[in-house]
Every structure is written in structure tokens, then in C-alpha cells.
Design a protein around this ligand. Structure first.
Ligand code: P6P
Length: 340
């Protein structure tokens, strides 16, 4: 037993002392509330089969997807734990049509947008799924809850995801860096196991050449995406083709990209010009994490963090990973604008 183990709480408190000495400590309390929800989700995901949590809950979420019991459970856990932390003013969830305003008596100064259980269509076949969140400060000058919710990624205070895979890991990003904490069920704590995560450089030994996209939609891709993917599959000269890896669960695909390098893509298509991934609670937090780890994000034209959200559930094309590869994609979009 490591009696000096670095838990998330210790880590965040030390970061507060070093970087935000005058801070109230509310962000630490908020993160602990998130951790409780994540631990409970991890437990529910692990025992879903035994607890017969599979199957439909009979209701559907804002996007009309059939909601599974784990979706409902995860959403309630996030909302209840955040509400009872007295640190949140208003929230937005993938599972709720409208924002969730915390009752006045329990309101705090933070805004949280989250996808409580992303990739849930993979639950029944035991593929890795995850939770994604972004945390903003409530703007001092904002009166309307919706203006608190619709903030760009440049205003994020922190963002993270929990990956429910062969182990449960929390990846937490602040402007001071990205750190990975693995859940140790024997003590019920997330322990710092991957300090200062950086996305590998392409020329580093650990930097793998992986492109991650659902090739099933190739018929509908823009010319820019078609040309980019072709250059990975049929590179010029002596360069070897890139490997294709695609789980179809964003947390799994982005976590692999963070660990091994490469490029994750969910582009807009002729059928769906903004793609499928939600801007506010999927693209923005994941882009923040990848950029804080030294990678790059884009919607095909600029960093996702620069995009001003206009609606809670709006979708956005997303490209994440190696800086030089994202630059190539943006150049291709300059040459072949969307829809060509
Ligand atoms: P497709 C899961 O349903 C999800 O929202 C993301 O986690 C994932 O990246 C994407 O959809 C997969 O979508 O169209 O490739 O099945």
C-alpha cells in the first residue's frame, strides 16, 4: 500500500495552492462531486450485465436515441452529485433537452456541460465507453442561464473524461497540463498514474501513425477528407500506409490518440454537414484536453476552442491529434471547401 499515493483530491488541492492560491476551493469540491458520479458510473458499468441494467429504459433522450438504463442512471448521478455540491449554477447534459438550473439555495459559481455516458450504443457488447465533461466559471456579467452555458472552449477552467475500459481512468486537463488517474477500487480513489500526459510527436518512437475515422461513410465525405484519408492509405514514395483504428466510442478513440498519437476524425459529410459529435459537451472538452497535451483540434477551419456555441446540442465536425496532420486537413479544406 502506497501511503503517499497522489489522489485526485490531493493533486487538485496542491494545484490550487500553487496556481490559484486565493481560490475558494469550490473547484476542488466540484471535482470531488464529479468523481463520486464517475465512481458510481464505473461500478454500474462493471455490473450492468449482472444487475440486468442492459436493455431499454423505455424513454428516449434529446436526440431520439433509445435510452438504456445506464444512460438514465449516469445522467441522474451527474446531476444529483453536482447539484448537492453547492458549486454549480447551471448544467447542460446530452440527455436533457434544456439546461438544468440549480435551485437558488444550492447555486454556486460554476457551469458544467457533460455527456454522462458517451458511446452508450456500445454498452451491450462490452465495448469501452466513457463520461465527458467541461467546467466553466459563471460569467460575472451574465444574467441568463443560457448565456452561462454557451461559452467557448477558450473560457474552460478544466475538462476531462472517464474511460470505462479494462481499467477506469480519469483524464483531467487544466491550463497547467493533463494528468491521468487510475481508479483503485481497493481504496475507492483515483490515483495519479500518468502525470503530465503529452500526445506523442509523430517522429517520436512512441508516436504511432494511426488514422481513426468511420470509413463506412466514405461515400459521403467531402473531397478534403477523401484526399486526406487516401494520402494515409496510399502514401507517396517509400512511406508506409497508416494503420486504421476505429472503436466507434469517442472516449476510447480519443484516449488511444492521446496515448499513441495519430488523428481522430468525425467530419461533416454531404448527408450531415456538421457531422455527429456534439460541440459543447463532446468536441470542446476533448479538444481542450488534446490541445493542453500538445496536440491540435479543428472543425476543418480553426481550433474547436475558438468556436462560439449557439445551441446546447449543436453538432460540429471534429479533427483531433498531431498538430502537423490537423494543419494538413485545414489546408485541404482551404483547397476544397465543405460540400465539394
Ligand atoms: P458512428 C457514440 O455513439 C458516439 O456518439 C461517439 O462516442 C462516437 O465517436 C460516435 O458516436 C460513433 O459514431 O457514426 O461512427 O457510429
Amino acid at each position: 500500500m502506497d501511503t503517499e499515493c497522489m489522489t485526485v483530491t490531493r493533486f487538485v488541492l496542491e494545484e490550487k495552492k500553487r496556481f490559484f492560491p486565493g481560490a475558494s476551493g469550490d473547484l476542488t469540491i466540484l471535482l470531488n462531486a464529479l468523481l463520486t458520479a464517475i465512481k458510481a458510473c464505473a461500478s454500474a458499468v462493471r455490473k450492468a450485465g449482472i444487475a440486468k441494467l442492459y436493455g431499454l429504459a423505455g424513454s428516449s433522450n434529446t436526440t431520439g436515441d433509445e435510452q438504456k438504463k445506464l444512460d438514465v442512471l449516469a445522467n441522474e448521478l451527474f446531476i444529483n452529485m453536482l447539484t448537492s455540491s453547492y458549486t454549480v449554477h447551471v448544467m447542460a447534459s446530452e440527455e436533457n433537452e434544456n439546461y438544468i438550473e440549480v435551485e437558488t439555495a444550492k447555486q454556486g459559481n460554476y457551469v458544467v456541460c457533460f455527456d454522462p455516458l458517451d458511446g452508450s450504443s456500445n454498452i451491450d457488447c462490452l465495448v469501452t465507453i466513457g463520461s465527458i465533461f467541461g467546467v466553466w466559471k459563471k460569467p460575472l456579467d451574465s444574467k441568463e442561464p443560457i448565456s452561462c452555458i454557451l461559452q467557448s472552449g477558450e473560457k474552460l477552467r478544466c475538462a476531462g473524461y472517464a474511460v470505462y475500459g479494462s481499467a477506469c481512468m480519469l483524464v483531467l486537463a487544466t491550463k497547467n497540463g493533463v494528468n491521468g488517474f487510475t481508479y483503485d477500487p481497493s481504496i475507492g480513489e483515483f490515483i495519479l498514474t500518468s502525470p503530465s500526459i503529452t500526445i506523442p510527436r509523430m517522429n517520436e518512437k512512441r508516436g504511432q501513425k494511426i488514422y481513426s475515422i468511420n470509413e463506412g461513410y466514405a461515400k459521403y465525405w467531402d473531397k478534403a477528407v477523401t484526399e486526406y484519408v487516401r494520402s494515409k492509405k496510399f502514401p507517396e514514395g517509400k512511406e508506409k500506409p497508416w494503420a486504421n483504428r476505429y472503436v466507434g466510442s469517442m472516449v476510447a478513440d480519443v484516449h488511444r490518440t492521446l496515448c499513441y498519437g495519430g488523428v481522430f476524425m468525425y467530419p461533416g459529410t454531404k448527408e450531415a454537414k456538421n457531422g455527429k459529435i456534439r460541440l459543447l459537451y463532446e468536441s470542446i472538452p476533448m479538444s481542450y484536453i488534446v490541445e493542453m497535451a500538445g496536440g491540435q483540434s479543428s472543425n476543418g477551419h480553426c481550433s474547436v476552442l475558438k468556436v462560439q456555441p449557439k445551441e446546447i446540442h449543436q453538432r460540429s465536425p471534429i479533427f483531433l491529434g498531431y498538430k502537423e496532420e490537423i494543419e494538413k486537413i485545414e489546408k485541404l479544406y482551404e483547397k476544397y471547401p465543405p460540400g465539394t
